[in-house]
Design a binder for this molecule. Sequence first.
Ligand SMILES: Cc1cc2nc3c(=O)[nH]c(=O)nc-3n(C[C@H](O)[C@H](O)[C@H](O)COP(=O)(O)OP(=O)(O)OC[C@H]3O[C@@H](n4cnc5c(N)ncnc54)[C@H](O)[C@@H]3O)c2cc1C
Length: 415
Amino acid sequence: MFELGDQHRMVQDMFRQWCERELLPKVPSLEKGEPPYDLMRQMLDAFGMRDALRASLNKRLSKMGDDGKPRASGDAKGKEGDELESAMRDPLISFLLVKEMSRISPGYATSFGVSTGLAGFNVMAKGTKRQIEKYGIPLVTLDKVGSWCLSEPGSGSDAFGSMRTTARKSADGGYVLNGTKTFITNGPFADVFVLYAKLDKGDGNPNKAVHAFILERGMTGLSTGQPFDKMGMQDSPTSEVFLEDVHIPAENLLGEREKDPDAARDDTRQNLGHERSGIPAMCLGIIERCYELSMKYAKERVQFGRPILDFQAVQLKLANMYIHYQNVWNGVMRLAWAAREGKPDLAFTCAQKVYCAKAAVEVAMDSIQIHGGYGYMREYHVEKLARDAKMLELGAGTTDINLLQVVRLERERLT
Ligand SMILES: Cc1cc2nc3c(=O)[nH]c(=O)nc-3n(C[C@H](O)[C@H](O)[C@H](O)COP(=O)(O)OP(=O)(O)OC[C@H]3O[C@@H](n4cnc5c(N)ncnc54)[C@H](O)[C@@H]3O)c2cc1C
């Protein structure tokens, strides 16, 4: 369970070669604001993934009922499909791809993960057949760029309680949306917005259920802000999304079924768990690369007539990096196993998210320290990994929010 087999190792090598050859030289221009999506499409094409996914998912559509669920036999959303598609369903392969992208650019990995995962797989999992055809498949194949819109200027950690965005029922059975979302990854360029709003049925009920809606660029009343200027993740465009009386048909409610507040909340929480489980693989990429670069530099850099690797203070930092590297690897393997077996463990996922993000920040900062002044220079790459790493302690629930979630869940389990 805890080591890569030959097939996974081969896939990892393939992803690494592509990322070092194609992504690494593009990082400076991506960080200056060039949209990363064409490169992502090229990446999927390089591995034959886009065409294969499109063909395979379209074939699966024919086995779905209108509700997006498999008809009688077969498994329209499940485990059938060709070899390539089933390989792409292997959580460890997804984690390896995320790790390899994150060795070079965690920002690029974030934009990719939000578009194909948080937006795309969300629609694939919860959408109706029509929604899967129109939005889910184009998002997963990156024919369309997706965003996932939960946070608002006044609601971050308290995402549900403080949410102000509303979807009011309209006379024609559709919805009218109003509100502002912020910090939205891919916001400036997204074609599709999977967006959370409180359902206002006009009955004065204060306990409004949060539902997901699918919006498209070009809808009247929907606009996006300029890309934010950020500390890190500069190659992942982020912006606000504004909604002013955006009128959408009933068929743009994800799943086309209104739910009670508890069921709707559970749905969104499931997504947050999914988002959190991808973070450790990103951290692994950062830690692995920083550790390798630091060891190499410490062997080559000579001060006081000796390689700095001879100094114990440097050795201790490298040993600490090794400890984090091994622990994070083990955590990622367990998350992959849990996803494959269909045994998600939210407390473990939140705990891993916290541990791995802290470890990534610590390792990246120590890596800069080992590189001395050179580590502070753009050219030496570890400074980008450090800037990007910090975001992993904030997004997908801050460190404190994840810790509180661990205690909440464990308190229930241990009574
Ligand atoms: C680069 C970037 C990309 C992002 N992408 C997306 C995206 O695509 N979609 C999306 O919906 N969101 C996105 N986010 C938003 C992100 O999820 C939020 O920033 C995060 O949830 C924290 O919310 P907040 O920033 O409002 O902080 P706040 O909730 O205001 O928290 C501020 C501080 O208070 C602490 N705090 C708050 N409540 C408690 C409590 N009860 N107990 C203890 N401490 C508490 C927090 O831990 C934190 O330290 C992104 C953010 C960034 C920076």
